[in-house]
Design a protein around this ligand. Structure first.
Ligand SMILES: NC(=O)c1ccc[n+]([C@@H]2O[C@H](COP(=O)([O-])OP(=O)(O)OC[C@H]3O[C@@H](n4cnc5c(N)ncnc54)[C@H](O)[C@@H]3O)[C@@H](O)[C@H]2O)c1
Length: 430
């Protein structure tokens, strides 16, 4: 029976998983290369908005959880779960270097019988080809013979208070039947419903299907928003009506563009891998094309709204409301708000932002020039100085009635103003 595990990568995926295992009586060693995160966790602090510091300190105080940057401690655990980033490089190709670095760091300390599970979203073949190769080379052990290897995708839904790690069914694929058995046993300790599949590749492909499904459907409603908008039909009203169908329909909502660490990125892992097989992923490409054109459409709407007031974009003051990529989270990775800000500034606007969850822009790879920029304060005297407010993220914590009372012109890309009392001509849907 597994007594102690290591979780590598203590971010949005790794940290909640660590806490869940800790709660289930499995001792967890959290490993990360970011010493600031390690220090914070050992002091019982949380750096993720929806994870309570008290949950972390409880685990630390009960000695169920400790964090470290020392990868040699892998020698003392029975299983290692890898939850490191899988971004795209600047040519929009998969960057699995974080996975490979982790494999290299843990391999020399891997003991016979240890289970290694990859959770990072990636293309089929990563676990049994790429990761297996570095683990075997660095340890001198053989996967499926000396150590166990598996893939199990994460299904985290940040910002959704009803989403509990323990209750979300967990897909698991093993490198061999024995690997699958070990991985199923491990996850069974902390998660209620385990869905075994026949291989690591099927598990990797399952996660990609889930994200591609979202990407394609979001692109579809984004396209319909423009088409219906031209016909004078409100797509939000259409979706509200369509979702009353009790079967065969699932609502997706339009927005100012794709954001987050998953949907704009993961589908292209498959696109890249498919080329090796001489295949094309046309749905994925088309969905990416439609959704990545959304910020241009939204900025066009801002321009029209200003024009209607006899103002030009050049020289205007615009407030972007919401920097996080989705409501009620503090995660601004790949957020379309940054694209919107760049496009607005390119057209001569002076841009500020308001986000209660992102008081200051952290240092980041994609938009280094924004690092250190601060959110405006939510104050009538400040908000009313803007020529237009563009709603990019519909955080529940924002008082939209105050916005309607204070702002002269609102461009709403999230239908946040639907239930709010506004003045005629004040709100433009985008
Ligand atoms: N965030 C989500 O909602 C979500 C959902 C499902 C799947 N995923 C997938 O899970 C994976 C992790 O995503 P995340 O959102 O948790 O990322 P994250 O950036 O929040 O966390 C990753 C952590 O890994 C650490 N790290 C980076 N390189 C490392 C290394 N070589 N060794 C040890 N630690 C290292 C970072 O310091 C960071 O703490 C990605 O593949 C992502 O696609 C994310």
């Amino acid at each position: 029976m597994t007594q102690e595990i290591a979780i590598v990568g203590l971010g949005y995926v790794g940290l909640p998983l660590a806490l869940q295992f800790g709660r289930s009586g499995v001792k967890v060693l959290g490993l990360d290369i970011d010493s600031a995160k390690v220090k914070a966790l050992n002091e019982g602090l949380s750096y993720i908005k929806h994870i309570r510091a008290s949950d972390v300190s409880e685990m630390v105080n009960s000695r169920s959880f400790a964090a470290s940057t020392d990868f040699s401690r892998v020698a003392g655990v029975q299983a290692v779960i890898i939850c490191v980033p899988t971004p795209l490089n600047k040519n929009r190709e998969p960057d699995i270097s974080y996975i490979l670095q982790t494999g290299k760091a843990i391999a020399p300390h891997l003991l016979k019988g240890t289970l290694v599970v990859l959770e990072s979203t990636t293309y089929p073949g990563t676990t049994d080809e790429d990761l297996r190769a570095v683990l075997e080379a660095g340890s001198g052990l053989k996967a499926g013979v000396d150590f166990h290897l598996a893939f199990s995708p994460e299904r985290e839904d940040p910002g959704n208070p009803d989403s509990k790690v323990a209750l979300i069914p967990k897909v698991v694929g093993g490198y061999s039947p024995a690997c699958l058995k070990r991985a199923t046993e491990l996850y069974g300790r902390g998660i209620k419903n385990i869905i075994p599949v026949s291989s690591c590749r099927v598990a990797e492909a399952t996660k990609l299907l889930e994200n591609i499904f979202r990407s394609v459907n979001i692109a579809l409603v984004n396209e319909l928003k423009i088409v219906y908008g031209a016909m004078g039909i409100d797509v939000w009203e259409v979706i509200r009506a369509a979702k009353t169908k009790p079967f065969g329909f699932m609502p997706f909502y339009p927005g100012p563009g794709l954001g987050g660490h998953c949907i704009p990125i993961d589908p292209f892992y498959l696109t890249w891998k498919a080329r090796e097989y001489g295949r094309h992923t046309r749905f994925i490409e088309l969905a990416g094309e439609i959704s990545s054109a959304m910020p241009d459409f939204v900025v066009q709407q801002v321009m029209e709204a200003l024009n209607n007031l006899g103002k030009s974009m050049k020289g205007s003051k615009i407030l972007v409301l919401g920097l996080a990529y989705k409501p009620d989270v503090d995660d601004d990775r790949e957020s379309p708000s940054y694209v919107l800000m760049d496009l607005l500034e390119k057209r001569g606007a002076h841009v500020s932002y308001y986000d209660p969850y992102v008081p200051v822009v952290r240092p980041n790879r994609e938009h280094p020039h924004r690092a250190g920029t601060r959110s405006i304060s939510w104050d009538q005297s400040v908000v009313q100085t803007f020529d237009a407010v563009l709603i990019a993220t519909n955080h529940k914590a924002v008082n939209y009635q105050e916005l309607a009372d204070w702002a002269s012109c609102i461009i709403d890309s999230r239908n946040a103003m639907a239930e709010i009392k506004t003045r005629p001509g004040q709100v433009w849907k985008a």
